[in-house]
Write a protein that binds this ligand. Structure first.
Ligand code: ADP
Ligand code: NI
Length: 220
């Protein structure tokens, strides 16, 4: 199969697998990650084909969408066996997706440039205007309030257990994770994109607090 045909097949597979997802891993997230990954790959002289296919498949294995992590990874493995004859390429793609899935978006180091590119692209989608939208939608879906002036935005105790959605607010998540991602970028171009999005989130928070406190006094 030609590279372009494999990419088209991977698109269809990802669309079919992610179409119904409501956890922030829908097809449009994957499509953005795939475009950002291709852009960073070009700038960093990484293999665009490997980055594109790995980005397209990166959330198909997500444990939130599968009975288990292993079941998710098997699904991707079987797809690759059927569509990509080059064992080195499919092994590389599998290794990227495994590392991303076990790191849970955390600090697991990626061992190849292509893995670093795809991880950067995935992290970038949690930042900026899109990142702000995703954190609000995700919080709403999980029952996390947007903000509560009684809960300090930088509450340290919440940072360790931020997957317990019954605690804290959407605003807490900026300090728990989103504002830390800029310093975790792997590639120079990824970092450059992250800096712009990071700055936008800081302006958003500043404006948010300003509006929340506008006037200061209660009139009634
Ligand atoms: P990833 O697969 O990138 O690690 P997650 O499942 O952690 O993604 O997050 C998906 C989206 O939901 C992200 O944009 C993130 O900001 C948001 N999100 C994740 N955890 C929380 C949380 N505890 N509170 C609010 N938003 C969250
Ligand atoms: Ni993702």
């Amino acid at each position: 199969m030609e590279d372009t045909q494999i990419i088209a097949e991977a698109e269809n597979f990802a669309k079919e697998q992610l179409g119904q997802d409501k956890t922030g891993h829908d097809w449009f997230h994957t499509d953005r990650v795939r475009n950002t990954a291709a852009l960073i790959a070009e700038m960093e002289n990484a293999d665009v084909f490997i980055c594109t296919v790995a980005a397209l498949l990166h959330d198909v294995a997500d444990e939130k969408l599968n009975p288990s992590k292993e079941a998710g990874l098997n699904k991707v493995h079987n797809w690759l066996k059927k569509h990509l004859n080059d064992e080195e390429q499919s092994g590389h793609i599998m290794q990227i997706i495994e590392t991303m899935s076990f790191s849970g978006g955390g600090g697991e180091p990626m061992s190849t440039l292509e893995g670093q590119v795809v991880q950067d692209a995935d992290r970038l989608d949690a930042l900026g205007a899109i990142g702000i939208t995703r954190v609000m939608v995700f919080s709403g879906a999980k029952g996390r309030p947007v903000y509560d002036p009684e809960i300090p935005p930088r509450d340290e105790s919440l940072q360790k257990e931020y997957r317990d959605y019954s605690k804290g607010t959407a605003v807490n998540h900026f300090y728990e994770k989103l504002l830390k991602l800029k310093d975790l970028m792997n590639t120079a171009y990824g970092r450059k994109l992250a800096e712009e999005r990071h700055g936008f989130m800081l302006s958003f928070l500043e404006q948010f607090y300003k509006e929340w406190n506008q006037g200061g006094q209660k009139l009634l």
